[in-house]
Design a protein around this ligand. Structure first.
Ligand code: PRX
Length: 653
């Protein structure tokens, strides 16, 4: 019989807490108090303690041009050296990366190997591709060690990488290349998925034409399938790397030099290039690894994300390596050959911390409820989740069946823009509640505010999740669009008359001051823990010549968290001749414009959309219809109130 109830509280494992970095709530509170009393002192102390500076910083925080802030001004360092060079003395032969391929092939890369590989890669980019400090390099790669080498090689020479998730289409890749004005793309022929080769290089070929800013493409040969080579543009990594020296001086970077861009969805059709800079980002990546996962020197840590998302950046590559940990990288699919795959990997690699998304937990639960029991999972100490709220059944299974009711579950709340966790339990200190991200991490002043008054929200009231002081790992800008940065994040909520960072999420406090995230307040949906802008999907669907209007909303989905529901009005008013054919065509357009991740779960060909007299589409009504809820909104002010009933009958008849 299960003893997990949604409202229950689970105290940290006492044995675990004894050696945890933060051992109890008093220690947590002391850190939080220290930060509140002397914010700059707190961060300055950690920046000195945790980072190796080439030149020390002279100022902790410069807010004079807020919301454009500077952290650790005057300081000089190199992020790749933070992640590699400084570990060589004591961790040369320690595994930095354990790579497990789709087909079960395992490769252990020590810190010394990593040093050599990254240095060679950096020399290749410099010598053969003329990549210089400040240049943008797009990385479109599968989950193979070379993806990490590519990131760190860029960091080593001061180039700004922009990873595009391998599931994005040629059009999406092209847009991101153009927005960043990247001169180089690093890709692979392809990789393996479910023991079969799949391809990436053809997508890159389709994304680059004569007008592209990309002049050179580096191709890692992973699956050795046939690809087209464009002479003078495409080069084999496997060939060029052979002659490269394994010593490349790390570029001396300012604390605020950009480290990477990562495009994410917003409320318009155009993704935003979220910019992260060097020192503040790497500091918080390391600190949260240490606090939230509490990884110890001999531990092995595995995060199942893809490097194409922020979780892969911070918690597969930068965070673990900055602290000198062993990080597992997995090329395959967690349900292949069966839903026991991750648990087999936990047993084989003796994994101590396992970090994944609720959507993966739901799928693993559904496909293999009893799989965890078949493996020795006793090495596990901390389980993490990220990307969306975790529902009680998934939480319960994760806690009991995977964690053996002895591991803390850290429900980490954060986003691409925050760089690292902002609200999360600490595994040795925080009593946890299923589905609750609990409390702000020390040093993070996260508050739920009433958007109208700017006051802190009352217990139980849903307000806006805000961060009311700058923090080191925060977004520094939207690439090429200063105004969009200010408008997107500092336009909605004011506290004491001053604009504060708004995450876009709703949240509420419970009676213990714990924070539960209630979901996005904007037109962004969360599909399998990934952000998808409804405007982006709408823009793709509108490319169909026969589409007059479209509105896309999110709808709860058993496995994905949220699915995509599209209401489409066609130009021809004689109805849809062949609905099945139209759906296929529209899906092809979505695949071409964005990729499979944006495919709609439901499409309805509606006679019209519910609009106000000023022409605003009432998405709330469409969301209710998609969910099958009763319509409680006042529809009398709509341009055509009868449309609501018509659509409702089509969807819920
Ligand atoms: O809505 C929140 C949700 O995911 C959004 C961030 O998405 P992205 O930038 O793609 O980064 C995902 C990985 C950090 C947030 O605005 N979200 C993230 N973590 C949680 C969450 N919602 C509830 N609980 C979480 N733990």
């Amino acid at each position: 019989m299960s003893n997990v109830e949604a409202k229950q509280v689970f105290n940290p494992n006492k044995e675990f807490a004894k050696t945890a970095r933060i051992k109890n709530m008093c220690e947590y509170q002391a850190l939080q108090d220290e930060a509140m009393e002397d914010y700059e002192g707190f961060w300055g102390r950690y920046a000195k303690e945790k980072l190796d500076w080439i030149e020390p910083f002279t100022n902790v925080l410069d807010e004079s041009n807020a919301p454009f802030v500077k952290w650790f001004d005057g300081g000089k360092l190199n992020v790749s050296a933070q992640c590699i060079d400084r570990h060589l003395e004591s961790r040369k032969n320690k595994a930095a990366i354990i790579f497990e391929g789709d087909r079960g092939d395992v490769q252990t890369i020590t810190y010394l190997d990593l040093f050599k590989n990254v240095n060679k890669f950096a020399n290749l980019l410099k010598e053969d591709f003329e990549v210089k400090k400040g240049d943008r390099v797009v990385i479109y790669m599968p989950m193979i060690p070379e993806a990490a080498y590519a990131m760190l090689a860029c960091a080593r020479i001061g180039a700004i990488h922009s990873i595009v998730f391998g599931g994005f289409s040629a059009e999406a890749l092209k847009d991101r290349i153009e927005d960043a004005q990247a001169k180089v793309v690093i890709t692979a022929d392809g990789a393996f998925r479910k023991e079969k080769p799949y391809m990436l290089k053809p997508v890159v070929d389709a994304a680059i034409d004569d007008n592209s800013p990309v002049k050179k493409v580096l191709v890692v040969e992973r699956n050795n399938e046939e690809v087209t080579w464009t002479a003078g543009r495409d080069y084999s990594y496997n060939e060029l790397i052979k002659s490269k020296s394994s010593k490349c001086e790390a570029e001396v970077m300012d604390a605020e030099d950009p480290l990477f861009l990562l495009y994410t969805s917003g409320s318009t059709g155009k993704p935003k290039g979220v910019q992260h800079n060097s020192a503040g980002y790497i500091l918080w990546a390391q600190m949260t690894m240490e606090w939230v996962f509490d990884v110890k020197e001999n531990d092995t840590y595995w995060c199942t994300a893809d490097v194409g998302w922020i979780t892969g950046h911070t918690y597969i590559v930068y965070g673990p390596l900055a602290m000198g940990a062993t990080t597992v990288m997995f090329e395959g699919v967690i349900t292949h050959p069966d839903a026991g795959r991750p648990w087999k990997m936990v047993e084989e690699h003796k994994i101590n911390q396992f970090y994944t998304a609720p959507t993966a937990i739901r799928v693993l639960h559904k496909m293999g409820e009893h799989e965890p029991a078949k493996y020795d999972l006793s090495s596990l100490k901390v389980l993490g989740t990220v990307g969306e709220p975790i529902d009680p059944p998934a939480w319960k299974w994760y806690y009991e069946e995977v964690g053996g009711s002895k591991c803390a579950i850290v429900d980490t709340y954060w986003q691409t823009e925050t760089g690292g966790h902002v609200v999360s339990p600490l595994p040795g200190a925080t009593p946890i509640k299923p589905g609750c991200a609990t409390l702000p991490l020390p040093g993070i002043i996260a508050e739920i505010l009433d958007p109208a008054s700017g006051e802190v929200a009352e217990v139980g009231e849903t307000g806006y999740m805000c961060i009311t002081r700058p923090w080191p790992a925060q977004i520094r800008g939207v690439w090429g669009d200063e105004e969009r940065y200010v408008k997107s994040y500092y336009g909605d909520v004011k506290k004491d008359g001053k604009p504060v960072y708004f995450t876009g999420d709703g949240a509420r406090y419970d009676e213990d001051g714990y924070i539960t995230i209630t979901g996005r307040t904007d037109d962004v949906i969360n599909v399998s823990g990934h952000r998808m802008g409804t405007a982006e999907v709408e823009a793709a669907i509108k490319k169909h010549p026969n589409v007059a209007e479209v509105a896309v909303v999110g709808k709860p989905h058993e496995l994905k968290g949220e699915g995509i529901f599209a209401y489409i009005v066609l130009k021809s008013d004689d109805g849809v001749a062949d609905e099945v054919e139209e759906v296929k065509t529209i899906n092809k357009i979505i695949q071409r414009e964005i990729g499979n991740i944006a495919l709609c779960d439901d499409m309805v060909f509606a006679p019209g959309l519910p609009k106000t007299r000023s022409g605003k589409i009432m998405r709330r009504i469409l969301r209710s219809i998609a969910k099958g809820e009763a319509i409680t909104q006042d529809i009398s002010t709509l341009e055509d109130p009868s449309i609501v009933e018509k659509i409702n009958t089509m969807v819920n008849k």
